[in-house]
Design a protein around this ligand. Structure first.
Ligand SMILES: [Zn+2]
Ligand SMILES: [Zn+2]
Length: 224
């Protein structure tokens, strides 16, 4: 559940108002915790002492799942191993399998407790909690001849229609698929809006962005 302070709300996903759910839910293990002081000066393992170029050479041969697991071993690997270097086809396959087969991503259907399952984002290749997805996400977009997403005008004959796979709200905002003044509804029923400076706010906790001073639109923007 997204919890934002009513008096000083911050944009969703900002450092100061991290939602109370793990943001990297594709991992089967929790992110590495800060180590106790007495363990900070432990001797590093031989693989940690490898020159960075050698480590990157090894990583270039690993699949996405192995890279994720290696990046979760400890803080050293968390900062040096980037799972996103895996081939796109491999990332694609892994998140599809993880969303379907990993029990922690399944929906919960109990008498008093109902929670939609986690979903995969085909832009950041993560399996994320349902509050990160817009239920009415567009299934297609138009790209202009310069490769930009057509927004705020009717598409013309020069624009090309492209089908979209599922993407999370964060990726939608970063890519421009969720534009300023779009209103979104998450899979868990929260109503959000995007301000002019492209931060995502929850209604009715924040109806005016303190940074760009734009206000939540009263009615949803026209879709072309
Ligand atoms: Zn994403
Ligand atoms: Zn703003």
């Amino acid at each position: 559940m997204i919890l934002l302070a009513r008096r000083h709300p911050g944009p969703l996903g900002s450092e100061t108002n991290q939602p109370k759910y793990p943001s990297h839910t594709y991992y089967s293990k929790p992110p590495p915790q800060p180590q106790p002081q007495h363990q900070l000066h432990r001797r590093s393992s031989p693989i940690e002492r490898l020159p960075n170029q050698v480590l990157q050479l090894i990583c270039s041969d690993l699949d996405y799942q192995s890279l994720i697991f290696l990046s979760m071993v400890n803080r050293h690997f968390h900062s040096t191993v980037n799972p996103q270097i895996a081939p796109t086809a491999d990332k694609f396959q892994f998140i599809m399998r993880a969303a379907k087969d990993f029990p922690q991503h399944r929906a919960i259907e109990k008498k008093r407790h109902h929670r939609p399952g986690n979903s995969e984002c085909y832009m950041c290749f993560r399996v994320r909690a349902p509050q990160h997805f817009d239920v009415l996400q567009a299934v297609a977009a138009y790209i202009d001849p310069r490769g930009r997403i057509v927004s705020g005008r009717r598409p013309g004959s020069q624009d090309q229609r492209v089908a979209l796979r599922r993407f999370c709200i964060g990726c939608g905002v970063r890519s421009g698929l969720h534009a300023p003044f779009d209103c979104l509804t998450t899979k868990t029923g929260q109503n959000l809006w995007v301000c002019r400076c492209r931060k995502v706010w929850q209604k009715p906790n924040c109806l005016r962005c303190p940074d760009c001073e734009s206000s939540c639109p009263l009615r949803p923007k026209a879709k072309w």
